[in-house]
Design a protein around this ligand. Structure first.
Ligand SMILES: Cc1cc2nc3c(=O)[nH]c(=O)nc-3n(C[C@H](O)[C@H](O)[C@H](O)COP(=O)(O)OP(=O)(O)OC[C@H]3O[C@@H](n4cnc5c(N)ncnc54)[C@H](O)[C@@H]3O)c2cc1C
Length: 630
């Protein structure tokens, strides 16, 4: 740190907030208990300060899940729907889309979500400064191998205009140096704290270096670690030694499937905690848990180095990461991530929200009128700031859905309901379910993340870093990138270093420790998120950016214009891990037991597929709608 961090007010308003909500449950739904400003109906993507799981979005659900508290009575609205969808994430939006497609344009659908914006994880942060729009990601990032989506998911993409030609154009419109947009040959740096409060930024392509490609030895020699440790890293990256040669072939096979990656690095490779943190940073941000929770095989499959250091495998296959570097993975991105996909679906469902939008060519820049989401006399209504607390079948072949909005306890009825919210909450919404189903729904724990976007006056200092993406393994935000620079969706990214830009910072709060399950650690990370204030995040961000960029003329006091912290306590859907989970027989895994149809209620959401990807969210929606329309 070369400069003292002081608290500053931001142009866009510093949304200071306390951590965990402290309001008593009864006040959460007492009429007039919340000031009218608690419900934001303006344009949420431009809000700064604490976003993601923002104040007002989680308190009611926590009162239900933690204390079993919910309102004693509800005002029944005179509203009956063919379908009520709980959750306006990608799965809930897709469920509404598929249902309408099957049942006709007149089908009456209500979508409820507890946040002030739609999209679930797929949210955008939108800044306006010096006459320019600067977009970045508030969550889910990119289309991950869209060519491999299932028929139903693929068909939805095509109907949204994201067909093969569009996907090819997205690639063309993405600069070659933007890693997160699928340009896997872009430079990838490593930045570690050095002397005098300045990070040492080592350029190059560390994914290549870690797999023994390029001048990895020279790059390692620039890291501020001991010469011995450098030697070990060089041997490890280059495959100079087979670190499993004391084991038979069969033992090696068992070892890589039953021992943690970090234990392997420590015991077999002899790396120190300092080097291990380098790979932990990658695994934490990519998969939500550290190398202590991955088997060797899982870590290497996720791009962590090591395959070259196991002689037997190197003979016939190189690492997945190396294949990725070669361009095998197909990743495409909008400048606001998958929020553009959410916008495309919402505009199809409710055209009045953006009547002039053409589609994929202007989705990123189209103006959305949130006031049009929930109007009477439209077949699909999307109601935000509404936390569902109860869903049950009625005696007359219907469903009643109870929710809290702005302090009011309300209910609507429907013929069918799709729960596209979090699996863990469903047992509290539907207490009539069997204990076996509830146990299945409660098993997985979503992994938490914090994504921050920092609006800078200009990109002069960042451009001198000479990297659009760098690993910061020893910082709170382990990955730092420029905000998306592609022109997809009609967006004009910063034209040069003089234009305002945003820095996109990704962090995992999940502790990297040995001996605890991934599920326990994800819960710990979630608590950490709720107990960290915006002021604390702000201090971390200023300190990290100053240390990273101060050497290039950056001054956090004058260069930062706004900060948006997207806290995502319920992030990736849980997918099973070799160290923690048995191999269940087909149909007996917790997510399969948990997602069983419950009469007129079906379960969508990516949890129900145990897969944290957009196409899994679509597949889940398709299944839930098929159940309810059979
Ligand atoms: C940081 C991050 C990055 C990601 N990046 C990618 C990526 O690059 N590519 C990719 O394919 N996938 C990515 N994903 C995975 C992402 O989870 C899926 O793509 C998809 O967006 C999940 O959608 P969902 O509808 O299943 O869940 P969610 O997005 O979580 O949506 C569920 C919605 O239900 C709401 N809800 C919950 N309880 C209630 C209630 N009681 N009442 C009302 N509403 C409720 C929630 O608030 C939320 O809005 C990423 C996820 C995260 C967290």
């Amino acid at each position: 740190m070369s400069q003292k961090i002081t608290r500053r007010d931001f142009l866009n308003g510093a949304a200071l907030t306390t951590g965990v909500g402290v309001m008593a449950p009864s006040n959460l739904w007492a009429l007039e208990s919340l000031e009218s400003g608690a419900i934001n109906t303006a344009y949420p993507p431009t809000l700064t300060g604490m976003r993601g799981s923002h104040k007002g979005s989680f308190e009611v659900a926590h009162a239900l899940a933690w204390e079993g508290k919910k309102p004693a009575r509800y005002d029944g609205l005179d509203e009956h729907y063919d379908l009520v969808v709980v959750g306006a994430g990608m799965s809930g939006l897709a469920a509404a889309y598929y249902y309408r497609q099957k049942m006709g344009l007149d089908a009456r659908i209500l979508i409820l979500d507890n946040h002030d914006d739609f999209g679930g994880h797929a949210k955008r942060n939108e800044f306006h400064h010096q006459g320019r729009m600067v977009l970045s990601l508030g969550g889910a990032q990119n289309l991950d191998n869209p060519g491999n989506y299932s028929d139903h998911a693929g068909a939805l993409m095509i109907e949204l205009g994201i067909d093969a030609d569009a996907i090819a154009a997205m690639d063309t419109n993405t600069p070659d140096d933007f890693l997160l947009g699928g340009k896997l040959n872009a430079n990838v740096g490593i930045s570690t704290p050095g002397a005098d409060g300045k990070h040492v930024n080592v350029e190059g392509h560390w994914y290549k270096f870690m797999h023994g490609r390029g001048d990895y030895a020279m790059a390692v020699r620039q890291l501020p670690i001991s010469a011995d440790e450098q030697d070990r890293l060089i041997a490890f990256f280059g495959g100079a030694e087979d670190f499993l040669n004391d084991l038979s072939l069969g033992e090696q096979f068992d070892y890589i499937r039953s021992v943690s990656y970090n234990r392997f690095l420590m015991d077999k490779v002899g790396l120190s905690q300092q080097s291990i943190a380098m790979f932990d940073g990658h695994l934490l941000v990519l998969n939500g848990v550290s190398g202590w929770q991955h088997t060797v095989l899982e870590a290497i499959s996720a791009g962590a180095p090591g395959l070259r250091a196991m002689g037997w495998v190197t003979n016939f296959v190189d690492s997945l990461a190396a294949m990725m570097i070669g361009g095998v993975a197909e990743i495409r991105m909008f400048p606001d991530g998958n929020a553009s996909v959410a916008r495309l679906i919402v505009q199809k469902l409710i055209p009045g929200v953006a009547p002039n939008m053409q589609g994929i060519t202007d989705v990123a820049v189209a103006q959305f009128n949130y006031g049009a989401l929930d109007r009477e006399n439209q077949s699909v209504r999307l109601r935000l700031n509404s936390t569902v607390v109860g869903v049950r079948e009625t005696a007359d072949d219907g469903v009643v859905v109870e929710y809290v909005r702005g302090g009011n306890s309300l209910s609507v009825t429907a013929s069918h309901c799709v729960l596209a919210c979090y699996n863990n909450l469903i047992p509290h919404l539907c207490p009539e379910m069997s204990e076996r189903q509830k146990a299945g729904l409660s098993y997985g724990v979503r992994s938490p993340f914090v994504y921050a976007n920092v609006l800078l006056n200009n990109g002069l200092a960042f451009s001198k870093l000479n990297l659009t993406f760098t690993h910061c393994p020893h910082d709170a935000f382990q990955w730092v990138s420029s905000a998306p620079t592609m022109s997809n969706g009609g967006y004009e990214p910063p034209r040069g270093p003089e234009d305002p830009m945003a820095v996109f910072m990704m962090g995992s709060p999940t502790p990297a420790v040995e001996g605890s399950s991934a599920r326990e650690l994800c819960r710990a990370g979630r608590y950490k998120i709720y107990s960290t204030t915006f002021a604390q995040y702000e201090a971390q961000i200023r300190q990290q950016l100053q240390s990273l960029l101060g050497q290039y003329g950056f001054d956090h006091e004058t260069d930062i214009q706004a900060i948006t912290v997207n806290r995502i306590p319920h992030g990736y859907a849980y997918s099973y891990l070799g160290l923690d989970d048995p191999e269940w027989e087909e149909g007996k895994a917790p997510h399969e037991i948990g997602r069983a149809q419950f009469g007129r209620i079906s379960i969508a959401n990516s949890d129900s597929e145990a897969m944290p990807l957009m196409d899994a969210a679509f597949d889940a929606a398709w299944r839930a709608v098929a159940e309810q329309t059979a």
